[in-house]
Design a protein around this ligand. Structure first.
Ligand code: APR
Length: 305
């Protein structure tokens, strides 16, 4: 399997590294800063005997090097700086995502595309339209990350393992994410352990989890958890796991949503987004989802696609 990663910055390079140590055979990293891509690839390859992987990582500035990819992940774009929202990246990342998606459509027409660039749900829609791909071949990474963050904060609060926690975060990647009720730790509902105030506090922290990292860093944004989230999605495709993962996907009219990309539970397998799952998420979450959908729709309709 060949996986290409566009953008050799923090998220792209960590993703390439994660895939290498998971024994992916063929990884390409592309960046407009060619030397950055080559440096990242060389650095990862120099660790191969230490980590014991056999695959090849190649860095390049040319899109022809993504030819033959089964999966292409795009992280190309600006990342947030302190004080910036994901939405502030809009104009620049729109232009970058348009050109990157067109290149992917040209050089890797058979691939499945995963979008990471923010603001995510809009960029995923742009990538879908600009590449000319069918909707099941395009997905955005956000819900896996938001859910992982929520799980971690819950586990920290309850002093339990994050792997014991079940939770689901849908909707828009940002302040309008939809954190569904019904999170569980082991066999117990969180409402049995935590006060409404504590639970609300964990939800608020999750909504600002990326910002918390941005503020601490002072320069750059989160990368370990985003890269790990994409690598889980890539694994689900590679191994045809057909796992239900919260991803930014074309709605296919699920939940009464229109022609947009937004975070929904989706079956992710070798064919890409194999199904959008309409889970019972409760009336309040459903309304939040529709409200977030309207916001995304408004932004999408302003784009000239
Ligand atoms: N083609 C290829 N690479 C590009 C292009 C382009 N047209 N435009 C920008 N890049 C590259 C930059 O040169 C940079 O190396 O994208 C990389 C982005 O890396 P970082 O600035 O380190 O950003 P990162 O933290 O990796 O985040 C990337 O993911 O989570 C989102 O909000 C985040 O949109 C941002 C993206």
């Amino acid at each position: 399997m060949k996986v290409s990663v566009i953008g050799a910055g923090a998220v792209g390079s960590q993703l390439a590294f994660a895939l290498a140590i998971k024994n992916y055979e063929n990884i390409a990293i592309i960046d407009i800063k060619e030397n950055l891509a080559r440096a990242r690839a060389l650095d990862i390859m120099q660790s191969s005997s230490l980590w014991g992987f056999e695959g090849k990582v190649k860095g390049s500035g040319e899109y022809k090097d993504i030819e033959g990819s089964d999966i292409v992940v795009t992280t190309a774009g600006l990342a947030r700086k302190p004080g910036m929202t994901r939405e502030a990246l809009f104009d620049t990342n729109c232009k970058i995502t348009r050109s990157v998606a067109a290149e992917i459509g040209k050089h890797a027409p058979g691939c499945i595309m995963i979008v990471v660039t923010n603001p995510l749900d809009i960029m995923a829609y742009i990538a879908y339209r600009e590449s000319g791909f069918s909707p099941e071949k395009v997905m955005g990474m956000a819900g896996v990350l938001d859910t992982a963050r929520y799980k971690y904060f819950i586990s920290e609060k309850l002093s339990c393992s994050p792997s014991e926690v079940e939770a689901l975060v849908l909707g828009m990647h940002g302040a309008d994410m939809v954190i569904t009720d019904g999170a569980r730790a082991g066999k117990k509902n969180l409402k049995d352990f935590l006060s409404v105030k504590d639970l609300q506090g964990l939800k608020e922290r999750t909504k600002k989890a990326g910002k918390e990292v941005v503020e601490l860093l002072g320069s750059g944004s989160a990368s370990f958890a985003p890269a790990a989230s994409v690598s889980l999605m890539v694994d689900s495709i590679r191994h045809d796991r057909k796992e239900i993962l919260p991803c930014s996907v074309h709605t296919r009219s699920a939940y009464g949503l229109g022609d947009i990309f937004i975070g929904l539970p989706a079956v992710i397998g070798r064919a890409g987004v194999e199904e959008v799952v309409e889970e019972e998420i409760g009336e309040a979450a459903r309304k939040e989802l529709l409200d977030a959908g309207k916001k995304i729709e408004k932004k999408i309709r302003k784009l000239e696609l």
